[in-house]
Design a protein around this ligand. Structure first.
Ligand code: NIG
Ligand code: FE
Length: 417
């Protein structure tokens, strides 16, 4: 950070009545600012990206320990004077990515399972039990170290908000422990006791569903914003529509928002159930009927596509183009987990969405930011707008188009000022 071209420091801003309120930094040298703010006047609003060229942003905190927010956005030539500035030297800036679907609380390694899949082995969720055993055996300190490293990896690639699910504990104490650890790092935590039926309940699925929807949910709820279920009758390990309904309804009654893993491995009831129950998001959406698409299009439920899963399980990609053209709201996330996609890279998801699912780069960027925020029912992230959190990503290139164009090259990072 520089003071008008000199050394790095922060400034204390004065309000109109003269009281000192906090610090502000002017960010300049933005060749292209993708705000994702469809209401921003004077911006290029094609694709709803709200793009400004030669732009500037002022970020600051109202008081010490307050979240840093966006205080001003506009053409650099019109930027008000503040004492401190930071020049990006002609790079693109966009909202930090919102990774709305991850399973980061895990120990162990399943790279051999990935290798087997590349030679034709199908995925059916059976490998989850391997991760459950390893994670149950890991201490709090070990899991904290793993979680922190995974979050650092995400931040280094431009992700500024992460949703984290439990689901590798599958008993009351372990599910609560994993959620508690995740809750230390993000407010977007999801109770996924309904991930698979654990081996000890294999002969009494109903008892496990009762446990998840009863005592386990009650103990987990203080650490969770969301409840999720792997609704997948095509897997012997996951849950049927009726079982998922019991868990989701109980979660809703406990005050949690709803998310669903649906229609990943084949056609099934997940999407329709999610829409019927008013879920914020149904994730995967790989195998959809026309009725599923119609239900999504007429709903408030976001379809979150996870193309890293199709890449890593050698499966057909969801029809993002068809969904968008039908009026469905489409988000993108990594699903970062040890089984179906061990990538934390939102830029890769954008590249896959563009190359494999027919999305435009602009649609993919919105899906990874403002629409993913919508799937978390958040308006303060995923957008560069006055009052929103100052969560920004910077692309070491003149345009956001380089994100899918320069696939595999680490050109996006979180902007740290
Ligand atoms: O979203 N499908 C269910 N759960 C994860 C995979 C978990 C695993 O295999 O460990 C998913 O793909
Ligand atoms: Fe998942």
């Amino acid at each position: 950070m520089v003071r008008r071209g000199s050394i790095a420091l922060l400034v204390v801003l004065a309000t109109a009545d003269g009281t000192l309120t906090g610090m502000a930094i002017l960010i300049t040298g933005i060749s292209e600012l993708v705000t994702c703010d469809e209401t921003l006047e004077g911006a290029d609003q094609s694709q709803g990206l709200g793009i400004l060229h030669d732009a500037a942003v002022i970020v600051g905190a109202e008081f010490e320990d307050a979240p840093t927010t966006v205080q001003w956005v506009g053409p650099a030539a019109q930027a008000p004077a503040v004492d401190w500035s930071f020049d990006l030297g002609g790079q693109a800036v966009l909202p930090g990515f919102v990774d709305s679907h991850s399973h980061l609380v895990y120990a162990g390694d399943r790279s051999a399972e990935f290798a087997a899949r590349m030679t034709g082995e199908p995925y059916d969720g059976g490998g989850i039990a391997t991760t459950v055993a390893a994670t149950r055996g890991a201490s709090d300190a070990e899991l904290r170290t793993l979680l922190t490293a995974r979050l650092d990896e995400m931040r280094a690639q431009g992700t500024t908000t992460v949703e984290i699910k439990s689901g590798y504990g599958l008993d009351l104490e372990e599910e609560v422990r994993h959620l508690r650890l995740a809750h230390e790092l993000t407010e977007e935590t999801t109770f996924l006791g309904g991930h698979v039926v654990p081996p000890e309940f294999r002969d009494d699925r109903a008892a496990y569903v009762d446990l998840v929807a009863g005592e386990m949910l009650a103990a987990a709820a203080p650490y969770a914003k969301w409840v999720d279920v792997f609704c997948e009758p095509n897997s012997p390990h996951a849950f049927t529509g009726d079982e998922a309904r019991v868990i989701l309804t109980a979660g809703r009654d406990a005050g949690l928002g709803l998310r669903v893993h649906g229609n990943q491995l084949g056609h099934g009831p997940g999407v329709q159930l999610a829409v019927e129950l008013g879920a914020a998001s149904v994730d995967h959406c790989t195998f959809l009927s026309d009725a599923d698409v119609d239900a999504l299009a007429g709903s408030e439920t976001v379809a979150t596509l996870l193309p890293g899963v199709e890449f890593s399980t050698r499966s057909p990609y969801p029809d993002a183009r068809g969904l968008i053209d039908a009026g469905v709201t489409v988000a993108l996330a990594t699903d970062c987990n040890p089984g179906t996609c061990n990538s934390s890279s939102m830029p890769l998801m954008i590249a896959l969405a563009v190359r494999e699912m027919g999305m435009t780069p602009g649609e993919a960027v919105r899906a990874a930011t403002v629409v993913a925020a919508q799937s978390l029912r958040r308006e303060d992230i995923g957008v560069v707008r006055v009052g929103a959190r100052a969560d920004l990503a910077v692309v070491s290139a003149p345009s956001y188009l380089h994100i899918p164009y320069r696939v595999g090259v680490p050109i996006v990072k979180t902007l740290q000022v």
